[in-house]
Design a protein around this ligand. Structure first.
Ligand SMILES: Nc1ncnc2c1ncn2[C@@H]1O[C@H](COP(=O)(O)OP(=O)(O)O)[C@@H](O)[C@H]1O
Ligand SMILES: [Mg+2]
Length: 354
């Protein structure tokens, strides 16, 4: 490194990235330093380009370099995103799919778990992150609630190792916090825990990371939308009018101007009931038509409908997602949902430049 580059690096140590409470040099945020004649060009890597501190850090770097090397020195400071450089902890994850709902109890975790298993059965590499801190049910649904994820050190940084079952890598906030403890947590603590499971875990190369989101429109939803490259969201609802009203609200949050995350579609859970002895009958216990109406209103497809089946609860409680049972019609429904999800990913890829 030339003396000038060394001096530039030294000067940049005065620039603090407040989010991580350290200077940008020690945080490894300096991507490149170039000196051509007396012109200085520095590029700084940021995990999230929408972060308001991007501008603050770049301005402060420019000012410090000018102070150090003379006000007349041409200085260019460029921000680059981790994603652009193929860096970033989740860089091995091709698609992040968030499963969301307006309210709890509509079957969001059931859908997330079975979607993950169905994708894995199709040969995809899959992870599932249970971000529902108040009601983490993914560990139970996979029968791994007694497990404790290990930690390994990678390049001096501790990484949480997801639990593996049914060819799915599993992490849950529930492995680390009980819902009772979570009740005492502030939003910022919950966000921090969520970010750790996203960033400080050894997800490795995944085709799909399915996230079982908390219900509603809280802090984690905003963090996910603003700080991560979410490929798309799947909205789970039941046909009741009240559930539809809640899911509409959640959808609208993701539709806000700045949050350009595609809504892949709706899944209507508990769509109808078919008694074993009358397999051709469908009883629309919770009503009919409201989901289609919402899909039309939001201009998104209905990705699948899942009937009310007692075995879903049984299989969820004993840790064997029903999609593992090839003979179950519900398994077929989840396979179709996995196929529809992959189609939506393709549509999104076709629409995204580069
Ligand atoms: N299609 C279904 N038929 C019968 N029971 C279901 C169905 N979907 C979900 N359940 C049951 O409803 C309860 C809530 O589902 P869950 O997936 O935990 O919802 P959420 O994650 O939205 O709170 C669970 O006991 C689950 O087994
Ligand atoms: Mg749940």
């Amino acid at each position: 490194m030339s003396t000038t580059k060394e001096k530039i690096t030294e000067a940049l140590k005065q620039v603090i990235y407040f989010k991580k409470q350290n200077n940008i040099v020690d945080l490894g945020m300096i991507h490149d330093i170039r000196v051509v004649r007396n012109e200085i060009t520095v590029s700084i890597v940021f995990p999230d380009m929408n972060d308001p501190s991007v501008g603050i850090v770049c301005n402060s770097a420019t000012n410090i370099l000018k102070k150090e090397f003379g006000e007349d020195t041409p200085v260019t400071v460029k921000p680059v995103s981790e994603a652009e450089l193929g860096k970033g902890p989740l860089s091995g994850v091709t698609n992040i799919i968030a499963v969301i709902s307006g309210k709890g109890g509509v079957g969001k975790s059931t859908v997330a778990a079975n979607l993950a298993v169905s994708l894995a059965k199709m040969g995809k590499s899959v992870g599932i992150l249970d971000a529902d801190i108040m009601g983490p049910s993914v560990p139970i649904m996979f029968g791994v609630e007694e497990e404790h994820p290990g930690v390994i050190e990678r390049e001096g940084k501790p990484l949480i190792i997801p639990i593996q079952k049914y060819d799915v890598k599993i992490l849950s906030l529930g492995f680390f916090v009980t819902p009772d403890q979570a009740l005492m947590w502030r939003g910022s603590m919950i966000n921090k825990a969520f970010n750790q499971l996203m960033n400080d875990a050894e997800w490795g190369d995944l085709d799909y990371l399915v996230i079982d989101m908390p219900p509603g429109t809280g802090d984690i939803q905003l963090t996910l939308a603003q700080d991560y490259r979410v490929t798309g969201t799947i909205l789970v609802t039941t046909p009741q009018k009240i559930a539809i009203a809640d899911v509409r609200r959640a959808a609208m949050m993701y539709r806000q101007e700045k949050l350009t995350i595609p809504l892949f579609g709706l899944i209507e859970n508990m769509a109808y009931f078919t008694p074993d002895e009358l397999p051709d009958k469908k009883y629309y216990i919770f009503g009919k038509g409201a989901t289609d109406q919402l899909a039309a209103e939001l201009d998104i497809p209905v990705l699948g409908r899942i009937p009310i089946v007692e075995k879903i609860t049984e299989s969820g409680d004993n840790g064997t997602p029903l999609s593992l049972d090839v003979l179950s019609p519900v398994s077929a429904a989840f396979n179709d949902i996995a196929v529809e999800t992959m189609k939506q990913v393709e549509i999104k890829q076709a629409l995204t430049p580069n």
